[in-house]
Design a protein around this ligand. Structure first.
Ligand code: GLY
Ligand code: MN
Ligand code: MN
Length: 539
């Protein structure tokens, strides 16, 4: 009924709003990654495929916002990395050896949204299969409507690799080859019954990636899921993993895991290896995204005053990004004054007046796919109070300790270990906690993640490699009502910078955003072009 109403409204009023065919090509900015980059990435992935295998990747779907309005489309980062394609409703197949697809010998084929002049007149130009070949350089492309008839002879492949299939797709009745249809057709091709899932492969994936020496928690999770799901309870491998006596028994099992015909972990692992280290073309875009995000912090520091709202602060950052040509924010912007700054991912940003609070601002521009992730915490009135200063200085020192661990070969967790120790000792010294073990109450999150096409980017979490970008972002959050002196309540501080790990050390890519108390207060004392930007009162 809802679908019918949707269709009627669509025909009467308009086509759904919100999708734009964003494709590299004529009339687009010239500094996108070029087709040679994406070709090389596909080639690098194929080199890592097991023999006699195929990797199947789906684009993102178009998501509905409300009624006949859709969200702005954002491509799946893996799909973008491998193709440069920026439209929904597509599927990519990469073969380890050449195959003949509809009479064409090829190692790759992209099933693309078909051209549709009527829809394109509402939502923008589509590349279509010819455009995909011409502008993106795929050797073979077909319309997505041809995927239904593709004979995927599963017996001819030793392994079929794909990522977790989306479970939450909407079926557009007017489109016979939207992502809902493509995923359903794929499930049928590989013999998956409707509703049948991959619970055991999903567990295999977790075990393969994290379940060896350090897999205590993974083992507990396996036991929990086996108890809850009888299908898993009878799986021989999972049974022996659940019963493994110690870390070395677990590691031995992980080393000898059976290869799966339908494998949900191999592709994820390959993509993590590829995306963890950045190529020079990627660094150019990532540096731009980070530079404009740091400049956004500077402009807000100059413009901020206690009468501003959290939303207005957000708007200034995002205006700076747009002025530099960034398409999106890399994640929903976080602007939290006072106690709101103690909510780690506070995105409501609705406090009407900052007052004299500390304001935590965690925002990042996304520029041509690559996202920054920069946080500064500043006093709305331009001057830190003594308590704010003490917490800020502790977080600052923890970040410095974290930076020192950003060295090739160090464990991924090294910055976190150093920063957490410093904060725990410091919180004891300030009398906020009695022993370092209590610190995690106020320092709830880890200090680093990879950064790139995703804000929490893919990576192996192994020892640091050169040309990797990570964040170093310690934080202390003391919400109102915490069991400590009231003078600390409502102080939330995070300082987050984006760090490139190089052969010889590290580079702070977001250093242009002031970070010391002295520099922040000096920047906040400067005039802003927005000081004289007055709008009429709304009645
Ligand atoms: N902005 C999200 C994060 O810092 O991880
Ligand atoms: Mn972060
Ligand atoms: Mn952040």
């Amino acid at each position: 009924m809802k679908a019918l109403r949707h269709l009627c409204l669509t025909l009467l009023v308009s086509l759904p709003l919100g999708v734009t065919a964003q494709s590299a090509g004529p009339g687009k900015p010239a500094d996108f990654l070029d087709k040679e980059f994406h070709r090389q990435r596909r080639e690098a992935l194929r080199q890592k495929l097991p023999a006699h295998s195929v990797a199947v990747l789906f684009s993102n779907p178009l998501r509905n916002r409300a009624n006949d309005v859709d969200f702005h489309f954002h491509q799946h980062p893996d799909f973008y990395y491998l193709t440069g394609y920026r439209e929904p409703n597509a599927v990519l197949l990469l073969f380890s050896e050449q195959q003949v697809i509809n009479g064409v010998a090829t190692q790759e084929v992209l099933f693309a949204q078909p051209r549709n002049p009527q829809r394109e007149s509402w939502t923008g130009k589509r590349l279509g299969e010819e455009g995909v070949k011409q502008h993106l350089g795929l050797t073979h492309a077909l319309p997505a409507t041809a995927f239904a008839n593709l004979k995927l002879d599963t017996a001819a492949f030793d392994q079929i690799l794909f990522l977790e299939l989306p479970h939450d797709l909407r079926n557009d009745p007017g489109d016979k080859a939207d992502l809902y249809d493509l995923v359903a057709q794929f499930r049928q091709k590989i013999g998956l019954k409707p509703g049948q899932d991959f619970a055991h492969q999903e567990l295999y994936q977790i075990i393969r990636m994290y379940g060896g020496q350090a897999g205590d928690r993974v083992q507990q999770e396996v036991r929990r899921q086996m108890a809850a799901n009888p299908d898993l309870g009878s799986n021989v491998f999972l049974k022996s993993y659940a019963e493994a006596k110690d870390a070395s028994a677990r590691a031995a099992l992980v080393a000898n895991m059976p290869a799966e015909k339908f494998d949900l972990s191999a592709l994820e692992k390959i993509l993590a290896e590829l995306r963890e280290t950045k190529l020079p073309e990627e660094m150019k875009l990532l540096r731009k995204a980070i530079a404009m995000s740091a400049i956004g912090q500077v402009e807000v520091m100059k413009a901020m005053h206690p009468n501003m709202s959290e939303t207005e602060v957000q708007g200034i950052h995002e205006f700076v990004y747009k002025k530099y040509g960034a398409e999106y924010e890399g994640y929903p912007s976080i602007v939290g004054a006072g106690n709101n700054g103690c909510i780690l991912h506070y995105i409501d940003n609705e406090k009407p007046r900052l007052g004299n609070e500390l304001v935590l601002m965690d925002l990042g521009a996304e520029y041509h796919g690559y996202t920054a992730d920069v946080t500064r915490t500043i006093p709305a009135n331009g001057k830190f109070t003594p308590e704010q200063k003490q917490i800020y200085e502790l977080v600052y020192a923890a970040q410095e300790a974290g930076f020192k661990e950003c060295k090739v070969g160090n464990a991924f967790n090294a910055p976190n270990t150093a920063a957490q120790k410093l904060m725990a000792d410091g919180l004891v010294k300030l009398g906020i906690i009695k022993s370092p073990e209590e610190a995690r109450r106020y320092t709830m999150h880890g200090v680093s993640h990879y950064l790139g096409l995703d804000v929490h980017d893919r990576g192996t979490y192994g020892p640091f490699k050169p040309n990797t970008v990570i964040t170093v972002e310690p934080g202390i959050y003391i919400p109102e009502g915490s069991p400590c002196d009231k003078k600390w309540w409502g102080i939330g501080v995070r300082i987050e910078d984006d760090v490139l790990i190089t052969e010889n050390g590290w580079e702070n890519l977001s250093a242009a955003a002031p970070r010391t108390i002295k520099d922040i207060e000096a920047t906040m004392a400067k005039p802003s072009p927005l000081d004289n930007f007055k709008l009429p009162e709304l009645r």
